[in-house]
Design a protein around this ligand. Structure first.
Ligand SMILES: [Zn+2]
Length: 432
């Protein structure tokens, strides 16, 4: 954790033996939806728009505040087990003040740091209606959305262990005035802001048809694109938009598993990074990422880019590690991501002595291509152990899983969505 001479005078309250382990900065999940632990395994075989219209919106409308809290608790524990220490949880169903505060409390109680990016939709736009978004999704007026967000940020201001950020849910279908107001609110309150940005291949064309301009080009032209922006996906940008995102030093959360699962496309990571964007990695939540596992995301990031470009040098293991740690921390605005004196003490250890990781010829390659989230044996956030040897210190995972299982069954029945051919899930066993 620092030069030996700096540590020489210190007496640790607790000594952790990490021999045979890789010690690295805690991982940053730049885009997730923790409450979606309720939906894991549903919505198979659909691309993004049908996935949203036939599965995600109908079930998310039926989610209660208690459901959201339960899902977030289970996914938070899963994240900690896999060495994630910071999350950007884009929460969007339901988004009343009490639920947002409860989800933020769950994230913090579990031991994570980060932000709950409160999903904002406002009034249904003609474009949202054409894309099949149900009216029931739009519960708050634009004025109410902004007021609720302002109050939630007041309770979790910048610098909190878990902040709240404004998050117009999707750059394409949230109205332009509300996007502008949400970004201005972030500027006024000194927070970052978050949005889904050009995830689907049809997003830019649909937007251009409605507004006569591409979505990111509009943001840039309005002066709304800056280093506070954290854009999830950014798959379908043209060259000018890539340059604009880079020039603004904006953040991008790349979600390789979700993008592959929903057949959304391959983000232009090389061009975005070269242009100056800060690129983090995201799991995109249990509904389309299925695991809160950035080891999987690191590997898929490299593999997808190589497959897409047919260039084995386009991204290396080290790049993926940087995106999951250093770049992720910069994206999220947390002073972590490096093991250096003075930084936040967010540290994880990976057991390298497991048989599928041996022998270790190149530790970076081993971590990115061979390791799994379940190889993490220690997760420390803010100097406190929150997971050790498969046991989350602050979450009763069996109880959390049992609650999610029960709530998910009731939720699907309420929403009229079948549980799928696999039927009800069996009782959980401890996982390693
Ligand atoms: Zn998402």
């Amino acid at each position: 954790m620092g030069p030996a001479d700096r540590l020489a005078g210190l007496r640790a309250r607790q000594v952790v033996d990490c021999r045979g382990q890789a010690v690295l900065p805690g991982l940053v999940d730049g885009h997730t939806h923790l409450y979606q632990a309720l939906f894991r395994g549903l919505g198979e075989g659909l691309s993004i728009v049908p996935w949203l219209c036939t599965f995600m919106w109908p079930v998310s409308i039926a989610v209660t505040g208690e459901d959201a809290e339960a899902g977030a608790r289970l996914a938070a524990a899963e994240a900690l087990r896999a060495g994630i220490t910071t999350v950007v949880d884009n929460h969007y169903a339901p988004t009343d003040l009490a639920t947002v505060l409860r989800v933020a409390a769950v994230v913090e109680q579990a031991g994570l740091r980060g932000a709950v990016a409160r999903g904002i939709v406002g009034e249904r736009t003609p474009l949202a209606a054409r894309r099949g978004q149900p009216d029931a999704l739009f519960r708050h007026s634009s004025a109410e959305e902004l007021e609720l967000t302002r109050e939630a940020v007041r309770r979790h201001p910048p610098g909190s262990k878990v902040e709240v950020w404004p998050a117009p849910l999707n750059l394409t279908y949230v109205g332009q005035d509300l996007v502008r107001a949400a970004v201005e609110l972030a500027e006024e309150l000194g927070t970052r802001w978050h949005t889904h940005c050009c995830e689907g291949s049809g997003d830019p064309a649909g937007y251009a048809e409605e507004y006569g301009v591409r979505p990111v080009a509009w943001l840039a032209a309005q002066g709304l694109l800056d280093a506070r922006a954290t854009l999830a996906h950014a798959v379908w940008l043209d060259e000018r938009e890539i340059a604009q995102v880079g020039a603004a030093a904006a953040g991008v959360a790349h979600n390789p598993v979700s993008n592959a699962y929903l057949a959304s496309g391959t983000a232009p990571l090389g061009a975005l990074r070269a242009a100056g964007a800060t690129v983090a990695l995201g799991s995109d939540g249990p509904a389309c990422g299925h695991r809160q596992d950035l080891f999987e995301c690191m590997k898929q990031t490299v593999l997808n880019q190589r497959l897409h470009t047919l260039d084995p040098t386009v991204l290396r293991a080290r790049d993926a590690l940087e995106m999951a740690t250093r770049e992720g921390a910069r994206y999220a605005g947390v002073d972590a991501g490096r093991l250096e004196p003075g930084r936040l003490a967010d540290v994880i250890a990976v057991d390298l002595e497991r048989s599928h990781l041996q022998p270790v010829h190149d530790v970076e390659s081993t971590l990115v291509y061979a390791a799994r989230g379940s190889d993490v044996v220690l997760t420390v956030v803010d100097g406190r152990i929150v997971h050790r040897d498969g046991h989350c210190v602050r979450v009763d995972e069996r109880a959390a899983a049992a609650e999610v299982r029960q709530r998910a069954g009731e939720l699907l029945a309420r929403a009229g969505v079948p549980a799928g051919p696999a039927g009800p899930s069996p009782a959980p066993r401890p996982t390693r």
